[in-house]
Design a protein around this ligand. Structure first.
Ligand code: ADP
Ligand code: MG
Length: 323
C-alpha cells in the first residue's frame, strides 16, 4: 500500500499548489467561513492551513489518512450527485505519503483537541492537544522520500505564483468565505468574506477591474450562469484573466473560454482576451466530475447547451451597457 500511495500521490500532489488546493477544498467541505494559508519558500518548505470548520472527530483522524476513506460518499449512487468538492478520499493519504503532515483539530462539541502526526505514511504521534474549533494542517518536507519529484519543483517565485493564482480563484468563487494567504510572513491576498463579489474582484484583479465589471446572471435550459465580466477596455493578451467554476468547482475548459469570448461579439480588439469570472450552476447529474483525480477536468453531457448558456449570459450582460 505504501507504493500505491506514492504512485497515487503523483497524480494528486504535483506541486505545493496542488496540496493547497486539496486542503482548502477540505476546509470548504468542512463548512469553514475563515481559511488562512501560510506558505514558506513557495510551499517547498512548509504549508500551513488553518480553518474554523467542523473539525475531525478523534476516531476519524487516522481513518482520514486511509486511502478511499472519505466521509462524503456513503453509497455508490451518491457519485451521481456530488456536491462536496472532495469525494475520492485520496488527498490526505497521498500528501502524507510524500511529506510530513501534522493535524491539530477540535471537532464541534468536543472539549479537547487532538494532534496527529504522520510522516511518509507512518503515524508518529497521536495525543490530546490544545486547539481552537476547526482544523490546522501543517505540511513539511515535501517529497523528502521522492527526490526525483523534489527536483522537478520550480523556483520559489514560480511556486508562489501558482499558489496565489489558486487562492485568488477560491476568493472569487466563495465571496462568503474570508481567505488569507501569506508567503514568508508577508500578506499576499486577503478577502473579507462579506459576500461582495466586487471586493473580491478588487483584491484579485485590482481596483480598475472592480470599477469596470458588469454583473452576469442568466438561466436557460436549467443552466444558470452568474458572475462578472470585465469591460473590453481591459483585455489581456492571454486567457489568464478568465476563471470558470462549475457548481463552485474550479475547472479549466477551452470550450467555456470560447463561449465567453463569443459572448463579447465584436467588442474585442483582435488578438485580445476578455477577463471575467463565471459560475455555472447545473444539475450534478449533467456532469462527469470523476474524470481525473485533480478534478479540474470536467465533461458535460450537454456541451452545446452549456456553450449557448455562457455565450448568451455574457452577450446579455454586455448589451446596452456603456463601454
Ligand atoms: P475527501 O475530501 O475526498 O473526502 P480527503 O483525503 O481530502 O478526502 O479527506 C479525508 C477526510 O478527512 C474527509 O472526508 C473529511 O472527513 C476529513 N477532513 C479533512 N480535512 C478536513 C477539514 N479541514 N475539516 C473537516 N474535515 C476534514
Ligand atoms: Mg478532500
Amino acid at each position: 500500500p505504501e507504493t500505491a500511495n506514492k504512485i497515487a500521490a503523483g497524480e494528486v500532489v504535483e506541486r505545493p499548489a496542488s496540496i493547497v488546493k486539496e486542503l482548502i477544498e477540505n476546509s470548504i467541505d468542512g463548512n469553514s467561513t475563515n481559511i488562512i494559508v501560510h506558505v514558506t519558500d513557495g510551499g517547498k518548505e512548509k504549508i500551513e492551513i488553518i480553518d474554523n470548520g467542523i473539525g475531525i472527530e478523534k476516531e476519524d483522524i487516522p481513518l482520514a489518512f486511509l486511502r478511499h476513506a472519505t466521509s462524503k460518499i456513503k453509497e455508490d449512487r451518491d457519485l451521481e450527485n456530488i456536491l462536496s468538492l472532495g469525494f475520492r478520499g485520496e488527498a490526505l493519504p497521498s500528501i502524507a505519503a510524500v511529506a510530513k503532515v501534522s493535524v491539530t483539530t477540535k471537532a464541534q462539541g468536543q472539549n479537547f483537541g487532538m494532534k496527529y502526526v504522520i510522516e511518509g505514511g507512518k503515524q508518529t504521534h497521536f495525543d490530546i492537544a490544545p486547539s481552537n474549533q476547526g482544523t490546522r494542517i501543517v505540511i513539511e518536507d515535501l517529497f523528502f522520500n521522492t527526490p526525483a519529484r523534489k527536483k522537478f519543483l520550480k523556483t520559489t517565485g514560480t511556486e508562489v505564483g501558482y499558489i496565489s493564482d489558486l487562492v485568488g480563484r477560491f476568493i472569487l468563487s466563495y465571496p462568503d468565505i474570508s481567505f488569507q494567504l501569506t508567503h514568508n510572513n508577508r500578506i499576499l491576498l486577503k478577502s473579507p468574506g462579506d459576500s461582495n463579489i466586487k471586493n473580491c474582484i478588487a483584491e484579485v484583479y485590482g481596483f480598475e477591474a472592480a470599477e469596470n465589471c458588469i454583473e452576469v446572471n442568466l438561466t436557460a435550459d436549467e443552466i444558470n450562469v452568474s458572475g462578472v465580466v470585465i469591460k473590453p477596455i481591459l483585455t489581456k493578451s492571454s486567457r489568464n484573466g478568465q476563471m470558470f467554476f462549475i457548481n463552485c468547482r474550479i475547472v479549466k475548459s477551452t470550450m467555456l473560454s470560447k463561449a465567453m469570448e463569443t459572448g463579447y461579439n465584436t467588442l474585442l480588439p483582435i488578438g485580445r482576451y476578455p477577463q471575467g469570472v463565471l459560475n455555472i450552476t447545473i444539475a450534478p447529474s449533467e456532469l462527469d466530475v470523476n474524470v481525473h483525480p485533480s478534478k479540474q477536468e470536467i465533461k458535460f453531457k450537454a456541451e452545446k447547451q452549456v456553450f449557448s448558456a455562457v455565450k448568451n449570459a455574457v452577450d446579455n450582460a454586455l448589451k446596452g451597457i456603456s463601454l
